[in-house]
Design a protein around this ligand. Structure first.
Ligand code: FAD
Ligand code: FES
Length: 1297
């Protein structure tokens, strides 16, 4: 067995999903049965694995010997882009297949529910693994529509729909799988088991074997935690720095794992994992009459949503009860369901058990041995409901367990019990409400009485931790209402005393649809012989899937290597009075503390090369003043990461608070806190036009920021050479030249001594340009000073705190329009929250204005934009560079116009689209023909004409579920908008054996750039892809590179490589002519003999671009990528939860070089946009400290968010003379199309508002999280919550931007 548990998780908080290595843990069960469990490396204590066989992704197959089908299928189905998440996906699926070789689709989505991917959009992963299902497509569960109907769309002439061939896949042969190691079986069966002790530097781990021993240990060390699944204790140790000198691990004490089914209920050992509890309850539900299994069924419903499968596999029932999370899903239902605990004595698990935040009445020396869950009685109804920010793998916002017991044959309540989680410091018993209802008949009058008491009983202060105060209180009512309806239904069925549940109310009880159908796509290939245009898998996909792919932190540790840990500001605006490094320096393993004094060279950096005065930014190490929480103050160098972390925590910084902190754009405007220049872009005469307009509307939208959440956090290794001041920098960056120049300047050495190397990047999305360079400088200073290799790898929470993300924007607009919907004037202001340094914000502000018109021809248009300087971490580049924020404001404006006129938004949009040869608002001429084609095609493909009335009918029939449908176009200018950035270089070597090594300036970060470049080389040299290799991007091979960004990577680097290949091909022409029947290898051999150079550089000099802000005109792009998306959602108005039912995207991508990669980019970008506009919410405390520092608090889309039907069509017949082989850039544009989901939600909310008599435009911020969506519905539950008194205390989180 392979017991390597490389911990690649950079996550914080819940720390689960991005563990790159999933382990499969096998333990012999009672009768020697193996159990296979997927688990998170980052939460699995190594001592706990004693006696288990651990398999990592490397253990199941590799490219040198034999691939496992699970590895092969994710790779061939294009389910791997940057590859950082791929091993985790592989191991989750592998474990599922070990337990169930023929899984259902539900099994697959559940197994992958605990894994996150930031690149792919998940569809390809699901579709790759769908091939393991017996009935691998049709489910007929989406409104009885067969998923296989996709296949019936096969095949109009010259269109392709399949991105991979199922026939080419390796079969699954379970006999080939690893066996459980016999020595471990012998060990498990050995009668001589003894207590185990493991001693670490600061901790002792004791694993007893008997209950007596365990009790004794607990008495001896009452403060020592009993570590079972470690999902609670582990987080405290890892992220809060809690130290437990003794840990007791009773995972071998048999008494904690027993299960006993008795006539009065089931007794489950406290040590049973939640997965085991699930299986036990499933058995009970199957074997007992339904009236006895009410509590079991309710518990099962909750358990399905607790964490992901990896968490449920290890987290225990006893641990859940004892750790007393305030929003535990299980405790409310266990308490409502009359459960009891067996400690050394029997204790009821009721309102008196939970006494405070993570506190129970358990004494420190007491143990929970088992939990008794009684059967439900005749006349008893038990239900549990939860609402969480994401459908799966998210702690609930509010959760509840409710039980009502009726007098025999009557609808009069005999007993009632209601518990909530998420509404205070501990599980809360709504006792008064229960009393109020007891003795009354189950009807609306009782319900209204219950609401009245509940509102009064469940209260939350303005500053309650977790915020969302009104929403949470509103949920307590709406979930109670849901319970009311369920019980009514029960009474109707069982007692027949009450009337039917009104059919439009049924929707409150029905779940949202959730079955994901296979993805469908249409594309064109050029010719079967042409390597360009083929859906070739990502060139590293197989090594991603086998774990062989090397990322920065996989570089083996070097002799004398040390680790760098950062010390960051805890104040948003303060003066540093003193830094006391003495304690840190005295700590074990500490080598040095690096401060600004240690910088040998320049202490400032300029990152854009333009307008240096404005864009000069202070290197963080040099500050005396701190201007945001999370600003880097200094750094500790230590022998290990752990020592560095401890020393960094011990280093003491004394601050003096400074006044006038600025956090919001409004505050910045008030105090004129801006980065110059402010920009205006205008055409026509808006003042005149407003006078002519038949309607004028003024509105605004708040657009939240976004965290990059690249799976590989910022990582680097700097190695100082022994001689001539050379430094090697291995790092995860999109811009190696920027890092090279910055490091050289900071160290005061010429750039020719610094080489930057990037093999691959585990996701970047714009976040690894300036920020990676700053970190590289600091790491380089440490390496320079200590003369040792220094590694710096940020943890997820640090990364989120320090590096900033997408700019939050406040957009305000005034729009003038005519009765027919024609928009004649718009005046738009963007207030951009740039944070505490300029970074690239002024460029972002400019791009926002340049792209402001989107696809609409508004004759009189003015945009004004300003970057606000605030005391938040500096915002930076993020996929789309301001465009997703800019355009959503315009789109919102158009939706407001439509709502004012009472017309479908797509009619207003269509009327205002650019048509015929046009000019943008900065006078650039372009032909919007393909934009129009995308629009028409999308309307047709999405069947909008048929579906809009169907949506209206759905909304008429359902009060609590509403649907919405929206179409959104994009016209996206590809490239940087500056001539000097329109260049790239390449170097191509042909070796004597005919193999080709390509170097270019672009970075492979998952977008498939290297694969496309290899396709270019393959076509130009007319050789197979197998002969072409790209090893890394290195500043020594190709100098002076530009960032890989702006959707321009292939356009620039593809052309540079093309140029080099042309040179080589021409050089070989005489050889080929002389020997036309020769082979590539023979020609190369001859060329060498004839002294023909087999190495060439290539260069791409792009088109001249310009933007004259004085004249308000220019040509910042050579071409536009066009696309249109139509999305439909279903919204649960009681909770604000929604599901994207269908998304159809039509894209003009020119002639695709690789349709599989491009479609992967389209789907991935759409999902990232869906996250931006509807899910991912950054929350800052009133003192400017980021609350959302990990996957536990910050929710990016997961498998459960994939549109149920996801169709992508590449527009046929498109040409683009401005880019290589007539292709188009695609990395960024589609992010904006995620807003179609936001606007579909807005439509659904509009329908809900209509039911309460509201009409016309209404504000909805992005992300439209369930909280904002639910409150915008303005249901009577929302209205029942009394208004908060303003000014009493600050809310938990600020209202940004
Ligand atoms: C990523 C993630 C997602 C999660 N999502 C959810 C969710 O959606 N819903 C939800 O309800 N919970 C959720 N949780 C919480 C999780 O369910 C609990 O952390 C888990 O049940 C605790 O069990 P454990 O065995 O891991 O406890 P441990 O971490 O091992 O121990 C926790 C505490 O309980 C004490 N303890 C453990 N066993 C006993 C015992 N037998 N007797 C006395 N004391 C004991 C320990 O001393 C310790 O103080 C999530 C956790 C994570 C990490
Ligand atoms: S491929 Fe999943 S995170 Fe990059």
């Amino acid at each position: 067995s392979k017991s390597e548990t490389r911990q690649r998780s950079k996550s914080k908080g819940t720390g689960y999903r991005i563990t790159r290595k999933r382990e499969e843990k096998k333990k012999p069960g009672k009768k020697g049965r193996e159990t296979h469990l997927s688990a998170n490396a980052c939460l699995m204590p190594i001592c706990q694995l004693h006696g288990a066989a651990v398999t990592t992704v490397e253990g199941i197959g590799n490219t040198k010997t034999r691939l496992h089908p699970v590895q092969e299928r994710i790779a061939k189905a294009h389910g791997s882009q940057c590859g950082f998440c791929t091993p985790g996906m592989v191991m989750s699926m592998y474990t599922l297949l070990r337990n169930k070789p023929k899984p259902s689709m539900e099994d697959i989505t559940e197994a992958l529910g605990g894994n996150l991917c930031r690149c792919t959009g998940y569809q390809e992963i699901i579709d790759g693994y769908r091939t393991f299902c017996e009935n691998n497509n049709c489910c007929q569960q989406n409104n009885n529509v067969c998923c296989k109907s996709n296949e019936s769309r096969l095949l109009e002439h010259d269109k392709n729909v399949e991105l991979f061939r199922k026939e080419d896949l390796l079969p699954l042969d379970p006999t080939q799988d690893l066996i459980f190691p016999p020595e471990l079986i012998r060990m498990a069966e050995s009668p001589e088991q003894t207590t185990q002790k493991f001693h670490g530097e600061r901790m002792t781990w004791i694993s007893p074997i008997t209950l007596d021993e365990l009790v004794q240990l607990k008495t001896q060390y009452p403060q020592a935690p009993v570590v079972m699944g470690n999902t609670n204790v582990g987080l405290d140790i890892k992220f809060k720095g809690v130290l437990h000198p003794i840990i007791i691990s009773p995972t071998r004490v048999r008494e904690l794992f027993g299960v006993e089914q008795r006539p009065e209920g089931v007794c489950i050992g406290a040590g049973c994992s939640l997965s085991t509890v699930q299986s036990v309850l499933e058995r009970c539900v199957c074997s007992l009459p339904a009236e006895h299994t009410q509590t079991y069924a309710a518990l099962l419903g909750q358990l399905r949503h607790v964490g992901g499968q990896q968490i449920r596999n290890v987290a225990t029932l006893g641990g859940n009860v004892a750790s007393a999370y305030p929003n535990s899903d299980l405790n409310p239902i266990l308490a409502a369901g009359r459960c009891s605990l067996l400690l050394q004595t029997k204790v009821p698990l009721d309102k008196d058990f939970f006494v405070g935040f993570r506190k129970t009445t358990l004494r420190p020396d007491e143990l929970v041995l088992s939990v008794f869950i009684p059967i439900s009685r005749k006349g008893e109804v038990v239900r549990a409901f939860r609402h969480a920010p994401r459908k799966t793998n998210a702690l609930p916002t509010v959760t509840t367990g409710m039980r009502v017991w009726f007098h025999d044959g009557s609808d009069v309540v005999r007993e009632m019990s209601v518990y909530y989680g998420g509404v205070g410091a501990c599980t809360f018993c709504a006792e008064r409400t229960s009393q109020q209802v007891t003795g009354r008949p189950w009807n609306e009058a009782t319900l209204n009485e219950a609401y009245r008491v509940l509102v009064d009983e469940v209260t939350l202060g303005v500053s309650a931790p977790g915020g969302q105060v009104v929403f949470r209180r509103s949920l307590t009512l709406s979930l109670f209402f849901r319970f009311y309806l369920h019980v009514l239904q029960y009474l109707k069925d069982m007692v027949r005393l009450v009337a039917e549940v009104p059919c439009e109310q049924n929707s409150a009880m029905e779940p949202l649809p959730c079955v994901i159908g296979p993805g469908y796509q249409e594309f064109q290939v050029r010719s079967a012989q042409d390597p360009v245009g083929q859906p070739v898998p990502h060139s590293s996909a197989l090594t991603h899937a086998t774990g062989e792919a090397v990322y920065c932190d996989d570089i083996p540790h070097m002799n004398r290597e040390v680790f760098l840990s950062l010390v960051t500001s805890t104040k948003a605006h303060a003066k540093i009075i003193h830094i006391d490094v003495s304690r840190a320096l005295d700590m074990p393993g500490v080598v040095d503390v690096i401060t600004a004094k240690d910088i040998p060279g320049q202490k400032f950096q300029s990152f854009t090369g333009i307008n240096e005065e404005v864009l000069y930014i202070l290197l963080p190490l040099c500050r005396i003043f701190v201007t945001c929480v999370g600003q880097i103050i200094c750094a500790v160098v230590a022998d290990t990461k752990q020592h560095g972390k401890l020393a960094a925590a011990a280093l003491k910084v004394t601050y003096e608070d400074l006044p006038d902190r600025i956090f919001t754009t409004e505050e910045a405007v008030e105090q004129c806190s801006f980065y110059a220049p402010q920009r205006t872009l205008q055409r026509g005469d808006i003042h005149m036009a407003f006078q002519e307009a038949e309607h004028i509307y003024e509105g605004e939208i708040r657009v939240g920021g976004q965290e990059h959440f690249y799976m590989e956090t910022q990582s680097m290794l700097v190695i100082p050479a022994r001689e001539q001041k050379e430094v090697k920098v291995y790092l995860s960056t999109q811009h190696p030249t920027c890092a090279q120049m910055s490091v050289a300047e900071t160290l005061g050495i010429p750039a020719n001594r610094v080489s930057c190397h990037v093999k691959r990047v585990g996701g970047a999305f714009g976040g690894k340009i300036t920020k990676a360079s700053i970190l590289a400088c600091i790491t380089a200073v440490a390496a320079w000073k200590t003369e040792r290799p220094v590694r710096c790898v940020l943890e997820r929470g640090e990364d989120m705190l320090i590096t900033g993300g997408r700019h939050p924007v406040l957009g305000k607009y005034k729009v003038g329009f005519m009765n027919d919907g024609k928009i004649i004037a718009a005046d738009v202001h963007y207030f951009v929250n740039a944070g505490n340094t300029p970074d690239e914000s002024v460029l972002v502000v400019e791009k926002m204005l340049v792209q402001l018109d989107n696809a609409y021809n508004i004759p009189n248009l003015r945009g004004q934009s300003v970057a606000c300087k605030t005391n938040l971490p500096s915002s930076t580049a993020f996929r789309g560079f301001g465009v997703p924020q800019s355009m959503v404001v315009i789109e919102n404006m158009i939706h407001d116009v439509a709502m004012t006129l009472g017309r479908p938004a797509e009619e207003i949009k269509e009327m205002n689209l650019y048509k015929g040869l046009s000019r943008t608002h900065y006078k650039m001429e372009f032909d919007p023909e393909n934009l129009h084609c995308c629009w028409v095609e999308c309307k047709k493909r999405s069947e909008l004409g048929r579906r809009r009335p169907a949506v209206a009918e759905f909304n008429r029939r359902n009060r609590w579920k509403k649907r919405g449908i929206a179409m959104v176009p994009i016209k996206y200018g590809v490239g940087f908008g500056h001539s000097f950035l329109q260049q790239a270089a390449a170097l191509v070597h042909i070796y004597k054996d005919g193999s080709v090594l390509v170097s270019h300036g672009g970075i492979e970060m998952g977008q498939g750039l290297h694969t496309k470049v290899q396709q270019v080389v393959s076509r130009e040299l007319n050789i197979p892809l197998s002969l072409i290799h790209i090893s890394e991007t290195c500043t020594s091979a190709v100098p002076n590179t530009n960032p890989t960004a702006a959707s321009f990577g292939t356009d620039a680097n593809g052309m540079a490589v093309w140029d080099a290949c042309q040179t080589l091909y021409k050089r070989l022409e005489p050889v080929r002519k002389k020997d036309p029947s020769g082979t590539w290898k023979s020609w190369i051999a001859t060329a060498f003999q004839e002294r023909i150079s087999l190495s060439a550089t290539g260069f791409y000099r792009g088109h001249e671009l310009s933007m004259d802000w004085q004249k308000q005109e220019g040509r910042p792009y050579t071409y536009f990528t066009y696309a249109v998306c139509c999305s439909e959602v279903e919204l649960d108005c009681l909770t604000g939860e929604y599901r994207t039912v269908r998304a159809d995207i039509v894209v003009d991508i020119g002639k695709s070089i690789n349709p599989a990669i491009d479609i992967g980019q389209i789907k991935g970008a759409f999902m990232q946009g869906l996250g931006l506009y509807t899910m991912e919410e950054l929350k800052f405390s009133p003192s400017g400290s980021l609350h959302t520092r990990g996957p536990g608090q910050y929710k990016i889309p997961a498998v459960c968010d994939v549109p149920l039907q996801f169709n992508v069509y590449l527009l046929p017949g498109s040409q683009n003379p401005f880019a290589i082989y007539s292709s188009k850039g695609i990395g960024e544009p589609i992010v904006f199309l995620g807003s179609s989901v936001f606007f579909a939600m807005k439509e659904a909310i509009t329908a809900a508002r209509t039911d309460v008599g509201l009409s016309g435009p209404f504000p909805l911020r992005t992300p439209a999280t369930p909280e904002h969506a639910c409150l915008a519905c303005n249901t009577h539950f929302n209205q029942m919550i009394p208004k908060m008194e303003a000014g009493t205390s600050p809310p938990w989180a600020m209202e940004l931007p």
